[in-house]
Design a protein around this ligand. Structure first.
Ligand code: NI
Length: 135
């Protein structure tokens, strides 16, 4: 009797895709406009899902209020209206691609859930481009 419970969230953030150990030309070749040294922003849409057994007593897999509050405290408060490269410690030495942002979100949330439950993070960087991270 498993179910997947999902919660949508949103944050705006700026980033730049580049490697410090590559030349500007090499960064330009691989990351193109995303290598803009003055950064650029995205409206990120986030869907966090928890899959697990339905508790026969409550009828919940997880209380969505708990999920909502966790996303707010762990992700929105840390990322919203921030420059990811400069202001979020996890990206000091990690390129803030959609893949890596989804991974960081997953790692920040994972300890808060029941170990038996599966966690899935879907991150939309644009309405058409999105990444799924499942650990
Ligand atoms: Ni970008």
């Amino acid at each position: 009797m498993k179910a997947k419970v999902s919660r949508k969230a949103h944050f705006n953030a700026a980033h730049r895709l580049y490697r410090k150990d590559w030349s500007f030309e090499e960064n330009e070749r691989i990351f193109g406009k995303c290598n803009n040294p003055e950064f650029h922003g995205h409206n990120y849409e986030l869907i966090v899902s928890v899959t697990g057994e339905i508790d026969p007593e409550t009828g919940f897999v997880i209380d969505v209020k708990v999920l909502k509050d966790l996303i707010k405290s762990e992700i929105e408060d840390a990322f919203d209206h921030k420059n990811l490269n400069v202001q979020v410690p996890e990206f000091k030495n990690l390129n803030p691609t959609a893949e890596n942002i989804a991974m960081v979100i997953w790692n920040k949330l994972r300890p808060h859930f029941n170990a038996k439950d599966a966690l899935e993070v879907v991150l939309y960087e644009t309405p058409r481009n999105f990444v799924t991270y499942i650990g």
